[in-house]
Ligand binder design. Structure first.
Ligand SMILES: [Zn+2]
Length: 309
């Protein structure tokens, strides 16, 4: 079945240029250009909540924040520790925001910010703002959430939920139940391929089942267009994407196909028409490695798997 619903829901946004999607009820999403990360903006009577930020798109997100509210950011939440989801923390911190993440994510950012190579990499993401990154520890979240936390702000309940290691060890989702909006971070890609370098595929699939059980109208994926009105459908589709991909790759490994040939073998597969096609070979390789790891056999000799299976 062709994946078409996201085509109808682009909210006037040019995929290549990105832009601001108004998903209603005081919730906005700065959609990064070319499938870069989505940055959420939730307006409340006590100031703004920002969810994820990427320093490469500093200008776009800053303009979006200024356009929708003149209040400062009170809370900045990171859904995980990839650079495209936390790299403006220092700017929000200087505004007085409290930075929050899962504890696994918080400690991973802390470790990364002690590594000069990581800090240099962040500086390169936006050379014009490199001089701002003077104290890497400014990017380390103030608060680490073990499993779940509730924010009560302007009388409204907002839930921060950490279900474990899916896309990466520190995944956090942000549920805004009174507005029917769920920010899924990179646990969810909608209509675009994405890297799965640190993903545990089995756990990610199980986690998507849990996510689909959270009542919501609108879901904001880590990458791809926000999905309005049919949030659960988007989660189910990405779960199916992973289930199909895992099954096909398991089969290919069984047939002795080597990682470099996996993407070619999968040409024309069920979700082959998704955007960011250039990322698919690396995504397929990540799934290959995870599947092979779970099979506990050497990647150098896939034939072994066939004989032992
Ligand atoms: Zn991302």
């Amino acid at each position: 079945m062709a994946f078409t619903w996201h085509e109808e829901a682009k909210m006037g946004i040019d995929f290549e240029k990105g832009g601001v999607a108004d998903v209603g009820d005081g919730v906005f999403v700065y959609v990064g250009p070319d499938g870069d990360s989505n940055n959420g903006i939730v307006l409340t009577g006590e100031g703004t909540i920002s969810i994820d930020s990427f320093v490469r798109n500093y200008a776009g997100l800053t303009a979006a924040l200024e356009r929708v509210s003149d209040r400062p950011v009170r809370f900045a939440i990171n859904t995980h520790d990839d650079a495209d989801h936390f790299s403006m923390n220092h700017f929000f911190r200087r505004q007085g925001a409290v930075i929050m993440a899962s504890e696994a994510c918080r400690s991973r950012i802390e470790t990364k910010m002690r590594m000069p190579s990581w800090v240099e990499d962040l500086r390169r993401r936006n050379p014009a703002l490199a001089h701002e990154l003077t104290s890497p520890e400014e990017l380390v979240p103030h608060v680490g959430v073990a499993d779940r936390a509730t924010l009560k702000i302007a009388g409204e309940r907002i839930e921060l939920l950490h279900f474990g290691h899916g896309h990466c060890p520190g995944d956090l989702v942000v549920n805004v139940p009174e507005r029917g909006v769920l920010f899924a971070g990179d646990l969810l890609f909608a209509g675009v391929h994405g890297r799965l370098k640190t993903a545990d595929i089995d756990s990610l699939i199980a986690m998507l089942e849990r996510l689909a059980g959270i009542p919501c109208q609108t879901v904001i994926p880590g990458h791809g267009m926000p999905v309005k009105g049919v949030g659960k459908q988007a989660i189910d589709i990405y779960r199916d994407y992973l289930v199909v991909l895992r099954a096909r790759i398991t089969e290919l490994i069984g047939n002795g196909v080597t990682p470099d040939r996996i993407a070619a073998e999968l040409e024309g597969w069920k979700y082959g028409n998704w955007g960011r096609a250039e990322l698919f070979p690396v995504c397929a390789e990540h799934v290959y490695k995870d599947v092979a790891w779970h099979m506990r056999f050497s990647l150098d000799n896939p034939a072994q798997i066939m004989t032992r299976a």
